[in-house]
Design a protein around this ligand. Sequence first.
Ligand code: NAG
Ligand code: NAG
Length: 554
Amino acid sequence: MKVKVSLVLAILAGICSNAHAASLTFNPEKTITMSSEVRIGAKSKPEYTPDTHLYLFAADGKKAPYSYVNEYGKLVGFDVELVTRVCSLVGKQCKMIMLPFTECIFTYKDIDYAGRGLWSQWVDGCPSYAITTDRRTEFDFTLPYLATTSTFTVAPGNPSGFDPTLADYSAFTLVRLSGAPTNGACLSRLRKKYGTFIVAENLPEAKELLLNGTADVLFSPRTEIDGLETLPQSVHCDDGGAGILLRKGSDLATWWNPAFQTFYFSGQYAQMCEDASKKYGADVQCLPTPRTASPELLAMMRADPPAPSPDHLWKFVVSGKIEPFSFLDSEGNLVGWTKDFIEEVCTRADKQCHLMLAQVAECTTRDGELLYPGRGLMEGWFDACTGYFETWDRDNSWDFTAPYLSSDASFYVKPGNPSKFDPTLDDYSNFIIVHADTSITNDHCLNRLHKKFDTLLDVPTQYEAIAAVLNGTADAWFTKRKGETQLEELSPRFHCENVGTSIMVKKGSQMPAWWDAAFEEFYSTGEFNQFCLDKGLEYNYDFPCVPPPVKRDV
Ligand SMILES: *[C@@H]1O[C@H](CO)[C@@H](O)[C@H](O)[C@H]1NC(C)=O
Ligand SMILES: *[C@@H]1O[C@H](CO)[C@@H](O)[C@H](O)[C@H]1NC(C)=O
């Protein structure tokens, strides 16, 4: 009873403050009459804030019948209609605009990255993209609205005799299209072995590669390509179909999905598909109707929409090529120590975090010896770049979290140390030191170690550095690399960075404040070092974690 009364009072107080915001005097009688009216009225009047945002969607204009520029120069197609219809169901303003597809997604050295157009919010979504395991690292998706298929296309007559039913494709040279879901990760998920797999920038290039014999088979989502032969066997690279590709952390699916579900179950979706296939003169690969859909698809279509997230999604990026720290497994999942570590600290800090991929240049760029912050970090595409040493050079332009891995550097000489280089000397002027020019083992580091030196040779990579020591051009190679067997490593090891490997953020970022507090608790209890030991067993690698805290006597 008491609870009920206080609840009613709280409601009354709330209504009173709304209805009488201007009145400073409290009048209980008036409040009660007012409130009962307001309460009856409020029941059928949900709070409504109009969404005035114009949602933009990207189309490259080349995907008939989904989105293409027609003979009058107008962007038309099934996607254009669908976006308009679904948005109008929930009173959203939406438009398709023209953008090259690489602003949505692109492939570099066999890894798919989110494009600038999505990151920079030029557009809110990119329709007609297959929903796949590997893309979920980089993107969010709406519900699927198209069915997809993946096929194998060969030159006329299938000159290399490619057979899609084989378990092992390694005798054939495969080609795929940049950004397409038909990649190596998909073949691995299908339990196929494969060897050479080249990436073509576009369809004409892929076609040329097949016709001139450089490649044997194109693995692609296309069902028909002029002048080539698409084999009848098809496979699936997707999870349920193709939907709208969204920026990671986007809230668009929270209103799009329920609107699309209504559209799908009303029968209007099927009708639109039928009409579109006639209107555009090509088969639109629609989802099956609710009557013929698989139980999996029906479950997806009946699922609750994703809830809007009240909190910032903290995005961390890695290059995805550093095993066992962060790497793509054969099926396209981003895994490794760094992912586990970030999940652990974020859980402790009660923050929502996501680890994804970005090219190194989005974190840091270089002009000679000078370092500059990258575009992605500065434009807020993501919050943090993991795995960077905090150095004085970098402190100029970035902030850092507390270090979690320790790291040091040493000198390597030719076996037998013929020039008798001694790392403990304070003066290296009589020796020629070589270093790789991107490394942190640079002149600034030597200065910070109070070493005098005359000649510091810059070479592009460790290979030239090793060659220079072996052929006598340099006396010693200064590097943080460990276990180089062609040369002899001298002790001791030196610390170039202030302390160790940290997470690098934009100057002034709020992240180190909550991260460091959570990490400090994780670390001070000894649990971080236990985590490192456990992960060491899991990944079979000796992670150079910062030393455990010194136990104080109680
Ligand atoms: C085949 O075509 C590709 C793409 O145009 C080209 O790069 C390659 O040099 C060609 N190879 C031969 C053997 O003609
Ligand atoms: C020694 O190796 C370096 C690095 O590869 C090279 O630039 C240099 O020309 C070589 N010098 C001699 C004498 O072979």
